[in-house]
Design a protein around this ligand. Structure first.
Ligand SMILES: C[S@@+](CC[C@H](N)C(=O)[O-])C[C@H]1O[C@@H](n2cnc3c(N)ncnc32)[C@H](O)[C@@H]1O
Ligand SMILES: CC(C)=CCC/C(C)=C/COP(=O)(O)OP(=O)(O)O
Ligand SMILES: [Mg+2]
Length: 297
């Protein structure tokens, strides 16, 4: 037997399974990506109040909160303001989940470090189940829940959102916050439709390419390459929902509301290099930031 083959097999068999059975090689890549992610723009914003987000912000910039003076406090104020806008985005999503009560179960598909899950629990008192491909993110979210004393109500699991362990009809509401661009939308909405009770609510906030532009622009392609994702068109969302018993109740174009966040972020020391692609694609109309809320019928 070729010894190089033997040693490579042994290594695989004995290594700690950081990515338990990814459904596809792509999902293995995405799990590794998020296991290794530690960008200051995410950690330093999360440190402001312990809510760690991996999504972007909406709403007007509070220039009074930023202050005029360029001093040692300026960067701190800028970080707090960017974080406030990201939390405002999550509140806006949660505000479209409908009538949720403490006896309900909610599902966060692609939960990241769990900031939206904590906010949902604080807002509704409901049980919140999250799934992510990344073991590091799930550990992080579960540690935060433990620190907050809500680990009996908020839990993250390492799991593929296209094949979750949840029971049919178990969820009163479910959402994707900037996590739909990693999966096939028909497969995704089939799974949400399965786990949602009839009359339940599904909400996503996402970036999508605009069919009116024609095809994905070079900026959209740049965002895909930057995050190893695959941004869908607005048309694909509506079609895949219709095919899976999800009837849109609201489609809100948040593009004008997210631009101030990006323009502020572009002035910060925490820039990552992707700011120009978001700003240019939002401005040339090729890319849109949208909320879609749908009823499971
Ligand atoms: C941009 S982050 C968003 C995190 C979170 N929703 C938030 O708003 O902070 C994308 C997330 O999607 C997750 N994800 C991507 N593909 C997934 C899949 N097939 N199953 C579960 N999670 C997935 C990643 O692990 C990551 O947590
Ligand atoms: C709207 C689109 C297309 C989103 C792509 C998904 C994504 C990576 C979101 C933000 O994550 P992050 O908070 O980790 O990114 P960043 O480090 O840029 O803040
Ligand atoms: Mg971020």
């Amino acid at each position: 037997m070729d010894s190089s083959v033997t040693s490579s097999t042994e290594l695989t068999a004995t290594a700690t399974p950081r990515i338990p059975n990814p459904a596809t090689p792509y999902q293995g890549d995405i799990a590794r990506y998020w296991d290794g992610e530690a960008r200051p723009v995410n950690l330093r914003l999360g440190d402001v109040d312990g809510l760690y987000h991996h999504h972007y912000g909406i709403g007007a910039v509070d220039h009074a909160a930023l202050g005029d003076a360029q001093d040692s406090e300026s960067e701190k104020k800028l970080i707090a303001e960017l974080h406030r806008l990201e939390s405002a985005q999550a509140e806006f999503l949660l505000g479209h989940l409908g009538d949720v009560g403490p006896t309900d179960t909610l599902v966060d598909a692609g939960c990241g470090r769990g900031g939206s899950m904590v906010m949902a629990n604080q807002r509704f008192g409901a049980k919140v189940e999250g799934v992510t491909l990344s073991a590091k993110q799930a550990d992080f979210a579960n540690n935060r829940a433990r620190e907050l004393g809500i680990d009996d109500q908020v839990r993250a699991q390492v799991c593929n959102m296209l094949a979750t362990p949840f029971e049919t009809g178990q969820a009163a509401a479910s959402w994707n916050n900037e996590s739909t661009m990693y999966v096939d939308l028909h497969d995704l909405f089939a799974e949400h439709s399965r786990i949602l009770e009839v009359g339940g609510r599904y909400v996503t906030i996402t970036g999508c390419w605009n069919p009116r532009y024609g095809q994905p622009s070079k900026w959209v392609s740049q965002i895909n390459a930057h995050f190893e994702c695959n941004i869908h068109s607005r048309r694909e969302y509506l079609r895949a929902m219709a095919d899976n018993r999800l009837v849109p109740q609201a489609v809100i174009d948040l593009t004008p509301d997210t631009l101030p966040y990006w323009e502020l972020r572009a002035t910060s020391s925490l820039v990552t290099g992707i700011e120009e692609a978001f700003i240019n694609s939002y401005k040339d109309g090729s890319f849109q930031y949208v909320l879609i809320a749908a009823d499971r019928v």
